[in-house]
Design a protein around this ligand. Structure first.
Ligand code: SAH
Length: 242
């Protein structure tokens, strides 16, 4: 008997931001697979936890598919949305090279991604055209990140940055700020939204030219406005035109 595999996103942190659909999956699941802190968040009676370290996404996806093939009801857990720099793509990568696993019934369940929780906390900085860039160069060359930053700046997109600055690659974000400064973004507003929707949430907005690399870490979602993004009272928003 083949089980099933549900790929879920548990939102940015606040329990209230877990969708009813994802709660229903967790109530039915026998096994939860994912990065340690996320799996810990879904712990409950009757759910076997299979926590793993970061950066082993493909192994984790294979393990989940294997358990589903053996008849278990497996939830693969990501933070935020599972399709945004997270486990859904890893599961499909594993599936591509493993025809037998393609008989497993799979469903992807959306979650509230950090970018949307951050923009809501700030106001509406993504109220007009925007793009979203993962600043980690673990899985792509840094030159590609720089090209995307330059072209997005030229096109006057607002930008949301995930994985902005880790302890193992602190220089990347410094370089990203330099590229954006050189692309005439110095006057644009940049927001640092840290631990969004958690009790220790902090928000900081300032012109890019005054931003410092240390303002971001791996718990921060960074949003750079477009050239029209502005403040109204404590809020930051992008107007619906231009
Ligand atoms: N799938 C996740 C993103 C995983 S990448 C999602 O859809 O949200 C991990 C990055 O997401 C972090 O480095 C950070 O940039 C961002 N992030 C996740 N949760 C966050 C939170 N509560 N507050 C701020 N940023 C967060």
């Amino acid at each position: 008997m083949t089980g099933r595999l549900d790929i879920i996103g548990i939102g940015p942190g606040d329990e209230a931001l877990i969708t009813p659909d994802v709660r229903a999956v967790l109530a039915q699941a026998t096994d939860a697979v994912g990065y340690i802190p996320y799996v810990e968040r879904v712990a409950g009676p009757g759910l076997r936890l299979h926590p793993s370290d970061n950066r082993v996404e493909l192994d984790r996806a294979r393990q989940a598919l294997q358990m589903a093939l053996q008849g278990q009801r497996v939830a693969v857990v990501s933070s935020g949305d599972p399709g945004v720099f997270a486990m859904a793509s890893a599961v499909f990568e594993a599936l591509e090279g493993w025809p037998e696993a393609q008989q497993v019934e799979i469903a992807v369940h959306p979650g509230i991604t950090a970018m949307l929780a951050a923009s809501a906390a700030l106001g509406a900085p993504l109220g007009h055209d925007f793009c979203c860039i993962n600043l980690s160069d673990n899985l792509k060359p840094w030159a590609l990140i720089e090209m995307r930053l330059r072209l997005a700046a030229e096109a006057d997109f607002a930008m949301a940055f995930y994985n902005p600055r880790s302890a193992s690659r602190p220089e990347g974000f410094t370089r990203a700020l330099e590229v954006l400064m050189a692309s005439q973004c110095g006057e644009r507003l940049i927001s640092f939204a840290r631990n969004v929707s958690r009790p220790d949430q902090t928000l900081l907005t300032l012109p890019l030219k005054d931003a410092r690399p240390e303002m971001a870490d791996m718990r921060t979602l960074v949003i750079l406005g477009n050239s029209a993004t502005r403040r109204v009272g404590d809020w930051v928003y992008s107007p619906r035109f231009a």
